[in-house]
Design a protein around this ligand. Structure first.
Ligand code: ATP
Length: 435
């Protein structure tokens, strides 16, 4: 058991260190000692995150007729959060150690009486509201209070009327948004899993009340199919029906999709039946032209955390093997989400004829076609392969002396390590065929 835990910790350490080394994710405010629960994204992490978001938007917005995108302001009037129930109820139980003053989430610790760090006595649990409060404008009175949004959902509910008035959608229809959310988590932990600033991709799907169960099942299927599309290890994804007492204040049914992270089976994404809770509290309604009645639609909410998606994908993709002359680690990303689709290298960087060919005849056209194409001429070819493996680049293309004679290049496959000789004119189709 102990060995298992060590292996799991080692895996997490390896992933955190790969993310830093290869420019995916850095600790927030690192040069000043770090700010707990915040991370900064480097070039490749950002590319991965953007690909995830694009794939989500394409599936759930662009390829549908019933979905309307929104990008609402993060700052909203305090009335929004009063109506949504977050001012009164968005809290976690917190205990404090009387000796070392460390704070813990009461529902996440085994011994509720004794501090796990110093053995000191823990206080009684009290509710801690997780919203970040701020003041808008120069005025200092309570009317200036605002909050950084703890979920993107309300940005859609407050634009429900605008969307209906602008687009006249028929039920069922949805609104979709990708954006930052902020929660002052008591104990941020497990790398990207529990942060204070993170990103969500959410859908509010409005249905006739009698149809909610049908659409709840439908969205469960849609969520699973997207998870498979982006390449999550589906053997690690599990559905969990959330008991009434553990559901959020707005939900009448919740199914969590849990993932086997290296630190345990925990929530990845969620699906909630929010009933008419939010629209009713905001005083919003809808005229059902088919039924000729005023009514309040019910809401099915599929919600996805971008950062947990990244973490679960890193854990799904991370692989170690013994191929070649030495052990290697690589990220087995699907090409549609890999930060780099292919890397182009001249065999030797001090041979101008190789560099010129690689640059103008291989790199430039591929870059124009695929965008996510890297130029890599650093170190020897073995080192370049290792680096690209760790970034998760599916193909490395090398221009060598034979290329100058026969216009073919070596294309090396990340997963098998196999190399094929491909004509330069066929490269784009070769890669397109594989995507
Ligand atoms: P948890 O129980 O783990 O605190 P939650 O049930 O409060 O999560 P939701 O309110 O359902 O989470 O948020 C929707 C999604 O946002 C989650 O499924 C998750 O992917 C993501 N998420 C929530 N809190 C965080 C966080 N602190 N850091 C990163 N992602 C988060």
């Amino acid at each position: 058991m102990k060995n298992e835990t060590k292996k799991e910790n080692d895996l997490m350490e390896k992933i955190v260190s790969l993310c830093k080394r290869r420019g995916f994710v850095f600790q927030g405010s690192e040069i000043y000692g770090g700010l707990g629960g915040t991370f900064d994204w480097g070039h490749f992490g950002l590319a991965l995150k953007n690909n995830i978001k694009q794939s989500w938007w394409k599936k759930f917005v662009d390829s549908r007729r019933d979905m309307y995108g929104v990008d609402a302001a993060i700052l909203m009037r305090q009335e929004v959060w009063q109506a949504s129930g977050h001012v009164a109820g968005f809290a976690d139980p917190m205990v404090e150690c009387e000796k070392c003053k460390k704070r813990f989430r009461a529902d996440q610790i085994e011994d509720k009486k004794k501090c796990a760090d110093c053995g000191g006595k823990l206080s009684e649990a009290r509710q801690f509201n997780m919203m970040f409060q701020t003041k808008v404008g120069a005025s200092d009175d309570s009317s200036a209070v605002s909050y950084l949004r703890p979920e993107t959902a309300q940005g859609m509910f407050v634009n429900f009327k605008n969307t209906v008035d602008a687009f006249h959608p028929k039920l069922p229809f949805g609104m979709a948004q990708i954006g930052k959310a902020f929660r002052n988590e008591i104990t941020p932990r497990d790398f990207l899993f529990r942060q204070r600033e993170f990103e969500q991709m959410e859908i509010e799907y409005f249905v006739r009340p009698a149809d909610w169960e049908k659409y709840f099942e439908y969205w469960k299927g849609e969520m699973l199919s997207w998870m498979e599309e982006v390449g999550l290890d589906m053997s690690k994804v599990h559905e969990l029906e959330i008991a009434k007492e553990d559901r959020a204040h707005y939900s009448s049914r919740t199914v969590d999709f849990e993932f086997d992270y290296s630190f345990g089976k925990k929530e990845l994404f969620g699906l909630a039946y929010r009933t008419d809770f939010d629209l009713k509290n905001h005083g919003l309604e809808y005229i059902d032209e088919e039924e000729k009645i005023k009514m309040i639609p019910h809401v099915i909410e599929p919600t996805f955390g971008v950062d947990r998606a990244v973490l679960a994908l890193l854990l799904s993709a991370y692989t170690e093997d013994e191929k070649g002359d030495e052990p290697r680690s690589y990220l087995k990303f699907k090409p549609n989400i890999a930060p780099v689709i292919c890397a182009v290298s001249p065999l030797l960087k001090n041979k101008p004829e190789l560099v010129e060919y690689a640059n103008t005849k291989v790199f430039a056209p591929l870059k124009a076609e695929f965008g996510r194409v890297a130029w890599d001429d650093n170190g020897n070819i073995g080192k370049r392969y290792r680096r690209q493996d760790e970034i998760g680049t599916p193909w490395c293309i090398v221009v060598d002396f034979d290329t100058l004679n026969d216009d073919t290049v070596t294309v090396r496959d990340r997963d098998t390590g196999e190399q094929a000789r491909i004509k330069v004119v066929d490269l784009q189709n070769y890669i397109k065929g594989k995507i």
